[in-house]
Write a protein that binds this ligand. Sequence first.
Ligand code: ADP
Ligand code: AMP
Length: 222
Amino acid sequence: MDQVVADYIVLLGPPGAGKGTQAQIVARTLGLPHISSGDIFRENLQNQTPLGQQAKVFMERGELVPDEITIAMIRERLLRPDCAQGALLDGFPRTPPQAKALEQMLAELGGRILVVPFISVAEQVLIERLSGRWTCRAQGHVYHEKFNPPKQSGVCDVDGSELYQREDDKAETVANRIRVYFAQTAPLIDYYRQAGLLVEIDGAQPIEKVTADLLEAIRARQ
Ligand code: ADP
Ligand code: AMP
């Protein structure tokens, strides 16, 4: 009998590229859990857990939370039963050591990375997107005041919760997050390209077109 291999998808791209927006749609379409490291950190921050307290200062500055903390958190999440058949990773890995750690975790889980869609968007567009982003308090659903507005201003279409502007979406912090992305995360583009896993997706297109391209890239590998 063939061994069943669980497929994990890694969404790569700068802050504001549309990873969260796409992950929510694609995860639902494919029936995969959506694992967003940023959402998990924000939840811990909100609940004032020890992990949230450790992450707080880095997140406020727009810096990465140290690898050791981030890897332990994702490891705990991926070992839960709902990820046994695969998952859609959004925002992890973000450094080469995180990428190596993911490979080790997947080897333990009997899984593999199926594909790494890289959602690419020009830098000027990122700033406009992040400065108009509104996020849902309850589950992190994402809107944009111009490009993807909610039906009712300030209220999430999906769960009716309050929408807020993330503290790290203010201009100074955004600039730092983009710098951090180029310095620490962008090397993963070549890393996954060399591994034959990278597929570049044009993230400047309308949301539905980006979704269609992503689903096509994923299905082509299944
Ligand atoms: P990321 O998770 O990569 O940081 P998000 O999914 O939160 O990015 O998207 C950032 C902002 O851009 C949000 O306000 C979202 O509504 C908006 N957005 C996402 N995709 C698009 C798109 N294809 N066109 C225009 N705006 C978009
Ligand atoms: P995001 O929601 O993906 O924009 O992430 C928000 C913030 O959470 C980042 O600016 C980091 O401070 C932290 N964070 C999220 N994912 C990671 C990661 N993989 N490694 C380190 N820090 C992370």
